[in-house]
Design a protein. Structure first.
Length: 126
């Protein structure tokens, strides 16, 4: 049977992927330490979050007189309301941790009828 291509954000059964990567979803928590200077702490929200991972390339840029090429990565995992981009501003209050590296969420989209969520991330440099 031929495979159909519904695009990267399609709702086909292929959108589920292998989900063989155990990442963690972290959430931002605003705190006010004794110094009274508001800070943001990151705590684990979901661990493990089983998802599919695909590197989709990078954009070369100049930063501080150095050429850097952050890698964009797509993560597709099961739908959960606490990471639904239609309910919360995911790119500001959630991030992904995988094998000791932090991935900042750039965009997120719900696939299908609340079947999966796909995140586009860039790896944090340094």
């Amino acid at each position: 049977m031929p495979r159909t291509n519904r695009g990267r954000m399609g709702a086909s059964s292929e959108a589920a992927g292998r989900r063989d990567h155990a990442a963690a979803i972290e959430q931002a928590v605003d705190t006010t330490p004794p110094s009274n200077f508001p800070t943001q702490q990151w705590t684990t929200l979901i661990d493990p979050y089983w998802c599919d991972r695909a590197d989709v390339g990078g954009d070369e840029a100049m930063r501080a007189d150095q050429t850097v090429a952050p890698i964009r990565t797509l993560w597709t995992g099961p739908y959960r309301p606490d990471i639904d981009p239609d309910l919360i501003e995911v790119s500001k209050v959630r991030r992904i941790r995988y094998q000791g590296r932090t991935y900042d969420i750039q965009t997120a989209a719900v696939l299908g009828v609340r079947t999966s969520i796909q995140f586009t991330t860039t790896a944090r440099l340094g």
